[in-house]
Design a protein around this ligand. Structure first.
Ligand SMILES: [Ca+2]
Length: 392
């Protein structure tokens, strides 16, 4: 075997200020190539190879989080009696934030392909930029952590919430918050994390206008949509996420277009139990609340992510049922034209919520189903939310 070595500091992104990794001491140990790499610590090296230098397609052998320098790399997978070139590149691995899922860029068909809903037509195609979405409805534990931080800040930057939120247990979804409180909480979560708030009390988007208290009916241009900060999903983002990367299904899962208590926390009303008003696609064997969670008085919410085997195609939980989820948009009618990253009507009287709850029938838990409430609505223990973070 003949060996070649290249050491490049190609920044796959420009965030790395590290010095270039350097390959040294390349040698054969028996039939196996081995070399040392000098690198800054704490960065990721990507070890690449190719069979000849006339091609530009370097294959990735492995990623190494550098804990010591120099370190040895032994290429146990190298084919015998061949020629191989190596290089080591400092890369930034784009890590997904904790407990969030990447919803990739792409288009989807929004609306009800089954003709079962209200206000869910016409079908229209939306192009949606990539974003991260909480895998779980915001739990009471997470709500409290941010809430405590936000309400104990110095007076000039302190948050005040109308009512805050309730939760049956710390690992259950936070619920019964107003839309205003959900939005302010997203801002607080951003500030706590060192990110930039998305929501402002006017179009200046200035520090002085960060939305931390009161009731403001925010306009679309009172939102900084491009900064790295937490915000509510738009209605289109929510529906794209709920569909899990597949189209034309009734629920967030695609292996069946039916629903039962093995998949979601909702109020079952199956046709088999009520032949007149039941839902044919509700194949639960019994009528009523989910028996596992019908305990200790209402609400009958379930722990976030309880249906662990039933994450959707993007790895999201409870997109059907458990609690409704506030979205950004004012409620309004759909139009048929294709749109890119739509943010809903410019004004309105209600904000959208999605997904149904422990208290709702199967038809309300469909991926296309829409609901809307006043931003000051607190619900009967049925409404919560999850948050978005931009992907770059
Ligand atoms: Ca939900």
């Amino acid at each position: 075997m003949s060996l070649g070595l290249w050491a490049l500091a190609l920044g796959v992104t420009v965030a790395v200020q590290a010095a270039a990794p350097v390959i040294t001491n390349i040698t054969m140990v028996g039939a196996t190539p081995r070399f040392g790499v000098h690198s800054d610590l704490g960065i990721t090296n990507q070890i690449q190879c190719c069979p000849n230098l006339s091609q530009t397609n370097w294959g990735v052998l492995t990623n190494v989080l550098v804990a010591q320098s120099p370190y040895w790399f032994v290429d146990v997978a190298a084919p015998p009696a061949s020629q191989r070139f190596y290089r080591v590149v400092a890369v930034v691995i784009n890590t997904v934030p904790t407990n969030m899922a990447l919803i990739p860029e792409g288009s989807f068909v929004m609306g009800d392909t089954f003709g079962e809903g209200y206000g869910e037509l016409p079908l229209h195609t939306n192009q949606i930029s990539a974003f991260y979405l909480d895998k779980y409805e915001v739990t009471k534990a997470l709500w409290d952590e941010v809430y405590q931080w936000a309400t104990n800040r110095p007076p000039d930057v302190r948050y005040s919430f109308e009512y805050g939120a309730q939760g049956k247990a710390t690992n259950h979804p936070a619920q019964s918050m107003t839309w205003y409180d959900a939005v302010k909480w997203c801002n607080a979560r951003s500030e706590k994390a060192g990110f930039t708030p998305c929501y402002y009390t006017n179009a200046s988007l200035s520090q002085a206008a960060i939305y931390r208290s009161g009731q403001y009916d925010l306009a679309t241009n009172w939102v900084n949509w491009v900064v790295k900060g937490y915000r509510l999903p738009t209605e289109a983002e929510w529906e794209k996420a709920a569909r899990g990367g597949v189209s034309g299904h009734r629920f967030p899962w695609s292996n069946t277009d039916n629903i039962s208590h093995s998949q979601a926390n909702y109020y079952a009303y199956p046709l088999s139990v009520d032949p007149e008003y039941g839902y044919a696609y509700d194949v639960n064997l019994t009528l009523g609340y989910h028996p596992t969670f019908e305990t200790g008085g209402k609400p009958y919410t379930s722990p976030a992510g309880y249906f662990a085997a039933n994450a959707n195609g993007y790895g999201l939980y409870d997109m059907a049922g458990n609690v409704w989820e506030w979205c950004w948009d004012w409620y309004g009618s759909y139009s048929s034209g294709s749109q890119t990253d739509p943010r809903g009507p410019a004004s309105g009287s209600d904000r959208v919520s999605r997904g149904g709850s422990w208290n709702d029938h199967a038809n309300i838990c469909r991926a296309a189903a829409r609901n809307h409430n006043s931003a000051a609505y607190r619900s009967f223990n049925v409404i919560g939310f999850r948050s978005v973070l931009p992907s770059d």
